[in-house]
Design a protein around this ligand. Sequence first.
Ligand code: ADP
Ligand code: MG
Length: 237
Amino acid sequence: PPPPPHTLRARRLRVAYGGFTALDGVDVDVLPGRVSAVVGPNGAGKSTLFHCLAGTLRPDQGSVRLGERDVTRLSAHARTRLGVARTFQQLAVFPSLTVAENVRVGAEQGWVADPGATERALRLFGLDGPMRASPAAGLPTGTLRRVELARAFAGSPRVLLLDEPSAGLDTGEVAALARVLRALAADGTALLVVEHDLDLVADLADVVHVMTAGRIVTSGPADQVLRTLDPRDTAVE
Ligand code: ADP
Ligand code: MG
């Protein structure tokens, strides 16, 4: 059967940690063919929102839908099976597996069984040279981040959630990352990035959401939102 429309839609999300409200009525759409970015200062609630979308945290109130389906109570793993992949702000590769084996894990956990997916992902992220046979342990951070991205991509996701994808990358790697992510969006993937590198956001995003103190205070086309943004509003983590 044809896949459901892969739009991830959060409505009125509310999360409190004890008495502290970390998310307070957040709405966000992650749309096929678009790159949406969430920016905001440290503590604004970006990672909390990310966890609600990925399925690693259940909101106290509100809903997350994937197409027509309510996924609010589904685990991250179950969402991955439905086509929602994510990367971690803290790298989470398997150190004793090789680069290629790490990426294959992503292909196996993914949305569709696609025998070519591992090789395509390795190629797309420049990991198809001799490095593919290296154990992940000891590789530079920038390379590990590409391994993690390739692993998420190898599951053929329709929605890709990226928490601080530029962390640990050098300028050249960030530029390459932007090119790859734009190509994925052009291919119809729905992307959401939580990112503090505003140059990357400007380069990459179609839509920008600015978060402060648990709320989205501004949303709109990237060029408009970024033009009016005070850099102090998104102080680097
Ligand atoms: P951001 O990613 O924008 O920096 P977070 O979503 O990580 O923000 O955190 C939002 C707020 O919630 C912060 O004030 C943070 O200290 C608090 N917070 C996050 N996780 C927890 C937790 N597990 N328990 C208590 N407070 C938390
Ligand atoms: Mg965070």
